[in-house]
Design a protein around this ligand. Structure first.
Ligand code: CP
Length: 300
């Protein structure tokens, strides 16, 4: 479609098309869109990977990229998200990649029918992170050649994680066995109903993918008693747990990583870690997403 908002809007074929196109770009395929389309990246929550890899994807598609920094914009004078997006639309942006702390911020943006530009969701609150989901799925599919039948542990702060929400929805739909581990108070039935719950110790020797999530201190107060060392021992990927993984199993993490909290620091660079491959694949799937959005606009 002309927007890219949530994995809930995507069919299995839509998902596979993005992953396959991401793999084609990685193999060197050239874009199937005219150069010169105009993008703007509006990140109201901080980002390193998502914002910079969208920038890279836009450049590789020959797009022109406008700058937007909320801290130096008229948002500081009270301008709303809606008025900000209508403004960049009026100025000529064709695609706005938006990250915002409000879940489903895009519903209101699109409800008036006044926007000509396409919205690409770079993450909404604890809602969805659909481009992260595509890069995670591409990384898993590249590794194993399939998704169906794999056992994927998603570990940690499930309730606050838009990555867990998007990934679990698509992994379950594509036939993976999803297991959630972590503190019981960080589970959310809305997500955990998509799989089963266990401790990391119970499942670590069976998993194909250990997907560790960041403890998101900006979304909740873990309390003065929170100890990274204690969390690692109780719920994280320690060296001892990593040694019990199958030789074919891989470690993933959306990053940024709290080294020594959800994962033992040096495991980030272990041979079985795909954390930096995930970031590289992020550029490829974001090229695929933007190409698909631009092509949908061309055919309207
Ligand atoms: N994985 C991810 O979304 O990272 P950033 O917050 O740095 O974009």
């Amino acid at each position: 479609g002309r927007h890219f908002l949530s994995v809930e809007d995507m069919s299995d074929d839509d998902v596979m098309a993005i992953i396959e196109r991401g793999c084609q770009f990685k193999a060197g395929d050239t874009p199937r869109v005219e150069p010169g389309h105009v993008a703007i990246n509006m990140f109201f929550e901080n980002s390193t990977r998502t914002m910079i890899s969208f920038q890279m994807a836009e450049h590789r598609l020959g797009m022109k990229v406008l700058d937007f920094d909320p801290g130096h914009s008229s948002v500081t004078k009270g301008e709303s998200l809606y008025d900000s997006v209508r403004t960049v639309d009026a100025i000529g942006a064709e695609v706005a990649v938006i990250r915002h702390s409000t879940n489903r911020y895009y519903d209101y943006l699109l409800s008036t029918g006044m926007l000509g530009l396409s919205v690409v969701n770079g993450g909404d609150g604890s809602g969805q992170h659909p481009s992260q989901c595509m890069l995670d799925l591409m990384t898993i599919a590249e590794e194993f050649g399939h998704i169906d039948g794999l056992t994927v542990a998603i570990s940690g702060d499930i309730a606050h994680s838009r990555v867990a929400r998007s990934d679990a929805q698509i992994l379950a739909r594509l036939g993976a066995n999803v297991v959630f581990t972590g503190p019981r108070e960080w589970m959310d039935h809305d997500v955990t109903r998509l799989g089963t719950m266990a401790t990391l110790d119970e499942v670590i020797s069976d998993v194909d993918v250990a997907m560790m999530l960041r403890v998101q201190h900006e979304r909740f107060d873990a309390g003065p008693d929170f100890s990274a060392t204690d969390y690692l021992q109780a719920f994280g990927l320690t060296d001892e747990r990593a040694e019990r993984m199958k030789p074919t199993a891989i470690i993933m993490h959306p990053a940024p990583v709290n080294r020594g909290c959800e994962i033992s620091g040096h495991l980030v660079e272990a041979p079985s870690s795909r954390i930096f491959e995930q970031m590289g694949n992020g550029v490829m799937v974001r090229m695929a997403i933007l190409e698909q959005v631009l092509r949908a606009r061309e055919t309207q």
